[in-house]
Design a protein around this ligand. Structure first.
Ligand SMILES: [Fe+2]
Length: 246
């Protein structure tokens, strides 16, 4: 047996890492979980969609910086924030739109300290661009762009799951939803929830493309590493971006 245990954090670029966690069930379907960690210029760590707390992961993070921000990027991503907040009471737990109501409806107690808004707070404005993607009746997500690494961090807006990570019975459903790698896209139910408001989605896509991302991290499935702008447009179901800047 090796003396070293496997590290949980994988570097993705300068000051940015991912950690893949155990699957979580959502409507009986096991979803792989992924956290993205960004070290801000001041040494603080930004934990996007934290995965399950473990001492090993906490130790690896502490070696990188100070665990400061626990970020729920959308209404269905909050499961492990309370565990991290318990372990790091000085960290700030950030709420996404409607996440408080959702957690409460599921009987999950999370003390959120602050709310994510349509632009980056002073805490990380030097490091990250931030935007709320508006226009869906069902799914409002906050997206982030790490300027130093040129990584765009999405959560559920695009999913790109390799078939081998899914139980057999889920694969046809995943195919029908449009989320099978390597051609994963916005899940069809989220896409329909933007009906009548696609101009807002188009605006958001245009802004994301203007950030010039080189890599797109997703919470579920394979990261988009090549031709990121093209994959991003395909991920948004070939919605044409705005012809002029906004
Ligand atoms: Fe998700």
């Amino acid at each position: 047996m090796s003396m070293e245990s496997k590290t949980m954090l994988q570097a993705l670029g300068p000051d940015i890492w991912i950690a893949d966690g155990p699957p979580i069930e959502f409507y009986k379907i096991p979803f792989q979980t992924r956290m993205t960690v960004i070290r801000l210029e001041n040494g603080d760590l930004f934990l996007h969609s934290p995965i399950r707390y473990s001492q090993q992961l906490a130790a690896e993070l502490e070696a990188l910086g100070r665990i400061r921000h626990l970020v729920s990027p959308n209404w269905i991503h909050y499961a492990y924030i309370a565990e991290w907040a318990d372990a790091y009471p000085d960290a700030t737990a950030w709420a996404s739109p409607k996440v408080r109501e959702r957690a409460r409806s599921q009987g999950v107690e999370v003390q959120f300290d602050r709310d994510l808004e349509d632009s980056a707070p002073r805490d990380w404005a030097a490091d990250l661009e931030q935007m709320i993607v508006h226009g869906s009746r069902a799914h409002t997500e906050v997206v982030f762009f790490h300027k130093r690494s040129k990584v765009l961090v999405l959560t559920d807006l695009i999913e790109n799951m390799p078939a081998r990570t899914l139980p057999l019975w889920v694969r046809p459903l995943a195919w029908a939803a449009g989320i099978l790698a390597p051609n994963g896209k916005m899940p069809i139910d989220i896409w329909f929830s933007f009906a009548g408001n696609r101009d807002k989605l188009r605006k958001a896509l245009t802004r994301m493309l203007a950030w010039n991302p080189e890599t797109v991290v997703l919470a579920h499935g394979d990261i988009l590493r090549e031709n990121a702008p093209q994959r991003l447009r395909e991920g948004f179901r070939n919605l044409p971006p705005c012809g002029h800047g906004h």
